[in-house]
Design a protein around this ligand. Structure first.
Ligand SMILES: [Zn+2]
Ligand SMILES: [Zn+2]
Ligand SMILES: [Zn+2]
Length: 170
């Protein structure tokens, strides 16, 4: 996936510096996040990149890197198969792919600290805090799956960071 010469060069540098397995991210993350961002490996169809754990980024990544039309949700839209590693039988509308990946594969949950209810979708959690009076000013924790890691995009210069073992690709 890292085919342009600049990326290949940096990839080799990072390999030498850190002993391999750089964290490869979409360059657009740098403009979307100006400090800490949580990541997990994308395992869609052999992908070697990392995903930022937010719906808008997962949707963008699936669209740009995997050719999925993530705004297609209408009745007539043909369903696609989930190509995430180990998820062979799930059929979904392309427009629901990002949500499926976030809740099923990245295991993100919103937890209401007032009543301890857990939600896999942020919109459902928001509805909960609006509808249940006691939870209206609830504090939330967002719980992430096991492989989560955090990088600081503010420390990435020129598209890569040796200290964090991160490489951005355009
Ligand atoms: Zn991917
Ligand atoms: Zn799946
Ligand atoms: Zn609650």
């Amino acid at each position: 996936m890292t085919t342009d010469p600049q990326s290949l060069f940096v990839h080799a540098l990072l390999d030498e510096h850190n002993g391999g397995n750089p964290i490869i991210i979409d360059e657009s993350l740098l403009s979307d996040y100006d400090s800490k961002v949580k990541l997990q490996p994308c395992q869609w169809n052999g992908c070697t990149m990392h995903l930022a754990l937010e719906h808008k980024h997962v949707a963008k990544h699936l669209q740009q890197r995997h050719g999925i039309n993530t705004s297609a949700t209408s009745e007539e839209t043909q369903k696609i198969s989930c190509l995430w590693m180990g998820c062979s039988h799930v059929q979904m509308k392309p427009g629901n792919a990002a949500r499926h990946v976030l809740s099923t594969h990245l295991e993100i949950k919103w937890i209401c600290l007032t009543c301890r209810k857990e939600y896999t979708r942020e919109d459902a959690f928001r509805r909960h805090t609006q509808e249940k009076v006691a939870c209206q000013s609830a504090r939330t924790v967002v719980s992430y799956g096991d492989g989560v890691r955090e990088i600081d995009t503010g420390c990435i210069n020129g598209g890569w960071s040796a200290g964090q073992n991160v490489l951005c690709i355009p």
